[in-house]
Design a protein around this ligand. Structure first.
Ligand SMILES: C[S@@+](CC[C@H](N)C(=O)[O-])C[C@H]1O[C@@H](n2cnc3c(N)ncnc32)[C@H](O)[C@@H]1O
Length: 371
């Protein structure tokens, strides 16, 4: 058994905990993620399946540290050879906050040195080529609490493998997935994004409905590690692949005014294997008419962060308000950092949640149908 941390952006920790529960894994949410116990197969399952987590870290040490000596001894006390083979490459990165140890570069050198010393003792060799599988080591020192972990994911989990082109202001896949998971009736109602950009929200919605594990088409660093149950990993991946059912996607569509974004979106749909499941068209939201059938309008509209863009962002919110009024059966779920969003929509949202789009503090508003 090992301790793992599925890291998540501020505000998404509880959602990741819920996702883990859905996988049959008990966890506790904490600042920066959800922590769980499990074997390597469980760590792999988390990498493959979590939609809203950033990375899955294998925690190898947690203790208090107040000086370099403490940091060295704490790092050296880890049985590193249990994890790292002789040829492992082990880059060290980290951060320090509100602690006595505040020099990241000094801490980095000390952690590296302590690991090398420990490996020297165990492997009885003085030089390590670091030419083998990668075990990125991460140290975090926060209020004198040290955590040392190994990144089992590699690239961040939002890199699902379908987005190789970036649009103007694409939303992160992890945040898009969280918005879908938080939307009422997200598995049943038709979904429409009137400012779909590169279609991230629509693709994440389709993956969720099709029960397609987000990591199905990518690899994780832990798959290259030694002494891991590779057969179990293969079995988990095959099992996840067998659970995918595209027939469950239902109606998902969207539009955008920008031709270039729509071209990127179409490429993403092809990369994701969803081109025949999601319909996109070029449309100005100001001319959009939606059927009054109940549906989920879910969107990441412009925020008008720059003063020069404010008016056009506000006009889009007015158009969203019009769509709500003309189709009272619709649910609107929209994220924005604009403080006047509710005022422009003309009423308060029934549910509101603070979420971060990158570093930008936003509110995620949910307006339930009036009927
Ligand atoms: C914040 S971006 C959305 C990004 C998208 N979530 C993604 O992942 O790529 C806002 C989008 O609103 C679109 N937009 C701006 N004005 C519009 C209008 N009048 N009608 C429809 N879409 C508009 C922009 O082209 C842009 O793609």
């Amino acid at each position: 058994m090992a301790t793992w941390l599925a890291t998540a952006a501020f505000g998404l920790e509880g959602i990741v905990k819920r996702e883990l529960k859905g996988l049959g894994v008990d966890s506790s949410a904490e600042n920066g993620g959800a922590r769980f116990e499990g074997d390597f197969a469980t760590g792999f399952l988390a990498n493959l399946s979590l939609r809203c987590a950033d990375r899955v870290l294998l925690i190898v040490k947690e203790t208090k540290v107040f000086g370099f000596e403490d940091l060295f001894e704490a790092t050296k006390s880890v049985p590193w050879a249990d994890y790292l083979p002789k040829e492992a490459s082990f880059p060290v990165t980290g951060n320090c906050a509100r602690s006595q140890l505040m020099s990241v570069s000094d801490c980095q050198k000390i952690v590296k040195k302590a690991i090398v010393e420990k490996l020297k003792d165990t492997y009885r060799q003085s030089w390590f080529e670091e030419s083998g599988p990668s075990y990125p080591i991460q140290f975090n020192i926060h209020e004198n609490n040290l955590r040392i972990s190994i990144n089992s994911s590699g690239d961040a989990l939002n890199r699902r493998g379908y987005r190789t082109w970036t649009g103007e202001a694409p939303i992160r896949e992890t945040l898009a997935a969280a918005m879908i998971l938080l939307a009422p009736n997200h598995l049943k109602l038709p979904i429409y994004d009137p400012c779909c950009g590169t279609a991230t929200l629509l693709i994440e919605a389709a993956f969720l409905r099709a029960n397609r594990a987000p990591g199905l088409k990518r690899n994780f660093l832990m798959e290259d590690w030694v002494n891991v149950p590779a057969d179990d990993f293969n079995h988990i991946r095959q099992n996840a692949a067998s659970l995918v059912d595209y027939k469950q996607i239902g109606k998902i569509s969207g539009s955008d005014i920008d031709k270039n974004s729509l071209e990127l979106a179409q490429k993403h749909l092809t990369q994701a294997g969803l081109e025949s499941y999601i319909h996109l068209e070029k449309k100005d939201i100001h001319h959009l008419e939606l059927p009054s059938l109940p549906q989920l309008i879910i969107t990441n509209p412009p925020y008008g962060e720059r003063l020069s863009d404010q008016k056009s962002a506000e006009d889009i919110y007015k158009a969203l308000s019009r769509l709500l009024k003309t189709s009272p059966g619709n649910t609107l779920c929209a994220i924005s950092s604009h403080p006047g969003f509710e005022r422009i929509i003309g009423r308060r949202s029934q549910h509101k949640r603070r979420l971060y789009n990158g570093r930008l503090e936003c509110e995620y508003h949910i307006y339930l149908p009036k009927v």
